[in-house]
Each structure stands twice: as structure tokens, then as C-alpha cells.
Design a protein around this ligand. Structure first.
Ligand code: NAI
Length: 469
């Protein structure tokens, strides 16, 4: 049936890209519908990604604080125990609150949540299917924001119990004795940290000779040393060949190790975290004439226009880092463009964060990228061992590394390995956005005592010299 409900904008997908695009478009006076197959809004990020993983990271960090760190503060706890079920229930409540929050924002902005899966046609119309019901909708503009899904490994079949992807790892019924993580990227290290803190032996198998490949190499190496110090084990340059669930429920993982030897490892649970790919199945892209690249990402121009008139794409389905805040920026930009404004995303200033402890946060160029671009650059690293607040907190691991142009002093990149790096990076994102020099940062007053003094001192180090180290 053809619905009479004609929209200015139909957004497909209610993740951080889609729901933000929908809200911004509605704020700008458009009639908006958002097609989402799940009843719970918020996409991967809110339901089975960023938010639940941060809830578990927070709970497990408090546990490890109580277990290992509080005695140094004179706090003795007897009979400390872990209630994983309670921790999972809390995580579910956090998710429910935030997904409910998006539903509330839809209501407030008069956005229709159209339940179902969408298929786009060459004339720009959209068919929505839910169970056996089918409806056809028309809109002036369609925004595809269907996100991404976990990449599967051929001979490592996910069963949701012994071999899991990130969704399964967010809801394990018990703490595994041995967790093998395939992939030393964001998901592997964050969820690996959760179970390491809860007492699992955690072994990370990484195909490359380093973890978190997109990260500044020096930061990546120091980060790995810190995680090793916490007990996480790494096998780099290791190829996983297959994983088989045994009769007793454990998993045998066949690997080729760094020396080329074929061997195997045993685990209770295997987490596959080897990256994500765009989720475009069922959208009818090819039939509608919407072009994709060799990785299946939808091709768009700088205004997020696809090859089909009036159809746009944002977030994980297009090129760029698969990060919620990148998708959100694109959601705002595309909605503003549709309203005749000058929406724009500065891809040079998109931060990325690994929410382990300590955290790792970066923005701008890595040192390797600065070298590759043959830039004349300077770097400086300021350790948290020389930051008063970090010493008072007892969190001295890591440093602030800044990279600036040697001639102009303009900030090129910032990499923080240390406590609360996720919050500290905001200042440096702003600095990049405003094309600030290292001296601009160094001459800015930073409250004492705060962790942000590490940023100021690193900037001082790029110029006349630090005060405290
Ligand atoms: P990732 O791309 O961060 O890391 C995947 C890792 O797996 C890489 O180091 C890669 O070399 C390795 N790998 C690939 N194939 C392998 C194989 N067969 N055997 C062993 N290692 C292999 O991907 P991840 O961790 O799955 O995360 C997916 C996406 O989700 C990322 O693009 C990230 O942007 C996003 N994400 C972001 C978070 C954050 O912002 N804190 C948290 C979690 C995910």
C-alpha cells in the first residue's frame, strides 16, 4: 500500500548518525520520519556498543579500585565480591534510560518512529516492511544511516555462548576463566579490560605486529606495556585459523604464531573483534543505482549526496572512522545542508578514544602520518608522573604527546595516554579546530591542580620549556 504520509526527510536508521540527523532536521522545521527495525532507538552505540560497554568499564574499574587501589588510600575492604548479574542489570538500566531518552526526543521533536526495515527504490520512494505488513513512503530527501556490523571470521563461527562478538561479550552470564580476544583494536581492548578486571586470564591475538594500528606507534607501544603490566597477554603477528567448540564447551583456537608455527590455544570464551563493515543488506542499493566502493561503503560527495538524487548517507555506511561522534557531526551537517545552511564536518579534528584505564585519546596527525606527509614537525611528551593531580590520584601511567609544525608552531596532533584522557582531549580538539599554536595552549591558564596541566606543560615543552619537569 502507498502511504499518504509524505515526509520532508526520511532517515533510515536511528543510531547516533540517524537520530541526530532526524532531530536536527525536525528542529529546522522539516517533517521527519525515522525508519528503524528495532523498537529500541539509538542503534549499535546505545544498545550494544559504546554505552553498555562504558557501563561495564565503569563497574569493573570500580571493582578493581576497591580490590587493588583502595588499600593505598587507607581504605580496607573485607569480603569484597563480585555480582556480575547485578552489574549486567545496571548496564541494561543505563541502556534503557538512554534509548528511552532518544524516544523522548523523537516525541518532543514530532519525529515518527516507523518500525520496520527499509528498501530504497530508483524513484527515491522507500518500502518499509514489518512482519508481513508493507508500506511505501515518499519523502523529499532520504538519509541512509544504517551503521555497521561486526566482521565475521570464516572458520570462527559465532554461537553467542562460547564464541561471541561484542554483543555477546556485553552479556556473558559468568566471568570466563580464559578469554581469548581475536583483534587488538578498540573493542578487543575495552571488553578484554572488563573481564581482565573481573579476574579472567585474557589473551589478545592480533594479526599485525602491533595493537590499535591506527594509533600513534609510540603511544600504541606504551599502551600495550601498561596493559601487559595489568596482566593482559598479547600474541602479535598471530593468524587465527579456526576455532572449534569442544564437547566440554571450551573452545580450541588454531593459530599460526609469529614464528610461523601452527599451534592451538584453549579458552572458555572467544571474542571476535576484528573490525566492522557497513550494514547495507536489504536496502536495495544496487537496484536503486546507489554506488558503493570496494569495501561496501556508500559513495557520497562532500554534501553527503549519494549517486541517487535526493538520497544521502552518513555515519559508518560511508568512509571515515566508525565513531558515533563522527556520525553525529555528519547528521547535523546533512540536516543543515537540507535546510539550505552550510553544514560542514572538519575531519581533521575528530577525536578517538579507547576507554580502558588509563584511557588513550587522540586527535589529528600521528607522528607516522606527519613523517609520511614529509612535514617539518616537532614533538614533546610530558609524563603524568610530573603532574601534581595525577600523583594525588595515584594515577601516574602515561603522558601527553603533542606534535606541532616546527616553523609555524601550529598544533598538528595530540595523543594522550593517561587518566581521564577522554576528557582532556577536548581542549586539543578545540585547539585544532581553531588552528591554535602550541604557544596558544601554553599561554592559556590551566587550573591547578588538574590533569590538564599535563597538556599545558606538553605545549610549554614544544616551546620555551616546561616548568615542572
Ligand atoms: P578495530 O578496527 O579497532 O580493530 C580490529 C583489530 O583486529 C585490528 O588491530 C586488526 O589488525 C585486527 N585483526 C583483523 N583481522 C584479524 C584476524 N583475523 N586475526 C587477528 N587480528 C585481526 O575493530 P574493532 O575493535 O572490532 O572495533 C570496530 C569499530 O568500532 C572500530 O572501527 C572502532 O572505531 C569502533 N569502536 C570504537 C570504540 C571507541 O570509540 N571507544 C569502541 C569500540 C568500537
Amino acid at each position: 500500500m502507498v502511504s499518504e504520509n509524505n515526509y520532508d526527510v526520511l532517515v533510515i536508521g536511528a543510531g547516533p548518525g540517524g537520530y541526530v540527523a532526524a532531530i536536527r532536521a525536525a528542529q529546522l522545521g522539516m517533517k521527519v520520519g525515522c525508519i528503524e527495525k528495532e523498537r529500541s532507538l539509538g542503534g549499535t552505540c546505545l544498545n550494544v556498543g559504546c554505552i553498555p560497554s562504558k557501563a561495564l568499564l565503569e563497574s569493573s574499574e570500580l571493582y578493581i579500585q576497591a580490590k587493588d587501589k583502595l588499600p593505598a588510600h587507607g581504605v580496607q575492604i573485607q569480603g569484597l565480591s563480585l555480582d556480575l548479574k547485578k552489574c549486567m542489570e545496571r548496564k541494561d538500566q543505563v541502556v534503557a534510560q538512554l534509548t528511552g531518552g532518544v524516544a523522548g526526543l523523537f516525541k518532543k521533536n514530532k519525529i515518527d518512529h516507523i518500525l520496520g526495515t527499509a528498501q530504497i527504490h530508483a524513484d527515491g520512494s522507500v518500502t518499509v516492511r514489518q512482519n508481513k505488513e508493507e508500506s511505501k513512503l515518499k519523502a523529499k530527501h532520504v538519509i541512509i544511516a544504517t551503521g555497521s556490523k561486526a566482521i565475521a571470521l570464516k572458520d570462527v563461527p559465532i554461537d553467542g555462548r562460547a564464541i561471541v562478538d561484542s554483543t555477546g561479550a556485553l552479556a556473558l552470564p559468568r566471568v570466563p576463566k580464559h578469554l581469548i580476544v581475536i583483534g587488538g583494536g578498540y573493542i578487543g581492548l575495552e571488553l578484554g579490560s572488563v573481564y581482565l578486571r573481573y579476574g579472567s586470564k585474557v589473551t589478545v591475538l592480533e594479526a599485525l605486529d602491533r595493537i590499535v594500528p591506527a594509533m600513534d606507534l609510540e603511544v600504541g607501544k606504551a599502551f600495550q606495556r601498561i596493559l601487559q603490566k595489568q596482566g593482559m597477554e598479547f600474541q602479535l603477528s598471530t593468524k587465527v585459523q579456526k576455532a572449534t567448540v569442544q564437547a566440554d564447551g571450551s573452545v580450541e583456537v588454531g593459530i599460526q604464531d609469529a614464528s610461523g608455527k601452527n599451534t592451538s590455544l584453549q579458552a572458555d570464551v572467544v571474542l571476535v573483534a576484528v573490525g566492522r563493515r557497513p550494514q547495507t543488506e536489504g536496502l536495495g542499493l544496487q537496484e536503486a543505482g546507489i554506488k558503493t566502493d570496494e569495501k561496501g561503503r556508500i559513495l557520497v560527495d562532500k554534501n553527503f549526496k549519494t549517486s541517487l538524487a535526493n538520497v544521502y548517507a552518513i555515519g559508518d555506511v560511508i568512509a571515515g572512522p566508525m565513531l558515533a561522534h563522527k556520525a553525529m557531526e555528519e547528521g547535523v551537517a546533512v540536516a543543515e545542508n537540507l535546510a539550505g545552511q552550510a553544514g560542514h564536518v572538519n575531519y581533521e579534528a575528530i577525536p578517538s578514544v579507547v576507554y580502558t584505564w588509563p584511557e588513550v585519546a587522540s586527535v589529528g596527525l600521528t607522528e607516522e602520518q606527519a613523517k609520511e606527509k614529509k612535514l617539518d614537525y616537532k614533538t614533546f611528551k610530558y609524563p603524568f608522573t610530573a603532574v601534581g593531580k595525577a600523583i594525588a590520584m595515584g594515577e601516574k601511567d602515561g603522558w601527553v604527546k603533542l606534535i606541532a609544525d616546527k616553523k609555524t608552531d601550529r598544533l598538528l596532533g595530540a595523543h594522550i595516554l593517561g587518566p581521564r584522557a577522554s576528557d582532556l582531549i577536548a581542549e586539543l580538539v578545540l585547539a585544532l579546530e581553531f588552528s591554535a599554536s602550541a604557544e596558544d595552549i601554553a599561554r592559556t591558564s590551566h587550573a591547578h591542580p588538574t590533569l590538564s596541566e599535563g597538556v599545558k606543560e606538553a605545549a610549554l615543552g614544544l616551546g620555551g620549556g616546561t616548568i615542572h619537569a
